[in-house]
Design a protein. Structure first.
Length: 264
């Protein structure tokens, strides 16, 4: 049994586990945010915590110049391999993928928008991590550039509370079973998610088994605003994920943040 965080085994199953995630609709939503909040045309996008490149490739196909950054080498290897399936028309630029710590990034170039999607912000679990991450966002944005992120919303997490979950996916005559249990720590605004994955053969025998622990922080609006203000970033909007017109509340576990780099 193996224990890791976004290691080789989990990374190899990542796209399978989230095959039901509608990345095209999410990119539609991202473009809606660009159109509503950006003061200029968004052309260059920094995808922080890009994972296997599902947003980066789709945005590149829509004409954006994208650089994706992630610490997981196995995830980036998969992202690179998608060049075949995401064959871009002539004139469009494939995304560039860089291995790096998004809390300590120095690309020496600037972007019109920075993205932290699918709980990337929540993986910055301590205050110093969040501030370091926000510094990365600020230093890579042009003045007025947008910062987009989704995260777990404190009022909803504490009202609904995490529950054990099970997900079963069939593939190639095999079956992946993922159990998720959570240690809930409201004092630190953290959830330690324990993933236990089993891969079963067609006859039901166990082919592989491994575990991962993911520490995820959830946020309340006042602390988010405070982190932004300390980082030369201005809060613009908070709503339910996928619906800019639905207010964040105790029933919206996943929320969407829009901020921008101040001009002075």
């Amino acid at each position: 049994m193996k224990t890791s965080v976004f290691g080789q085994a989990y990374s190899s199953l990542y796209d399978l586990l989230y095959a039901d995630k509608d990345y095209e609709s999410e990119c539609d939503f991202i473009e809606t945010v660009f159109n509503r909040f950006s003061e200029k045309k968004v052309e260059r996008v920094l995808d922080l915590g890009c994972g296997t490149g599902n947003h980066a490739w789709r945005l590149a196909r829509r004409g954006y110049q994208v650089i994706g950054v992630d610490l997981s080498e196995p995830m980036l290897k998969i992202a690179y391999q998608k060049k075949i399936s995401f064959h871009l028309p002539a004139g469009l630029t494939p995304p560039i993928f860089i291995r790096g710590d998004i809390r300590q990034l120095h690309l020496k170039t600037y972007f019109d928008a920075a993205l932290a999607l699918f709980a990337v912000l929540g993986y910055q679990s301590e205050n110093e991590d969040i501030l370091a991450f926000m510094a990365t966002v600020e230093k890579h944005l042009t003045p007025g550039g947008l910062f987009l992120a989704d995260f777990w919303y404190g009022p909803a997490v504490e009202a609904i509370k995490p529950e054990p979950r099970k997900k079963v996916i069939s593939f190639n005559k095999k079956k992946v079973i993922r159990y998720a249990g959570t240690d809930f720590n409201p004092k630190k605004h953290q959830c330690l998610v324990h993933y236990h994955l089993l891969i079963e053969q067609e006859d039901g025998s166990l082919a592989e088994e491994f575990k991962e622990d993911h520490l995820v922080r959830y946020f309340f609006l006042p602390e988010i605003k405070n982190f932004l203000s300390l980082s030369n970033l201005e809060f613009l909007h908070l709503s339910a994920l996928g619906d800019l017109d639905k207010p964040a509340g105790s029933d919206t576990w996943n929320v969407f943040l829009v901020a921008k780099k101040t001009k002075n």
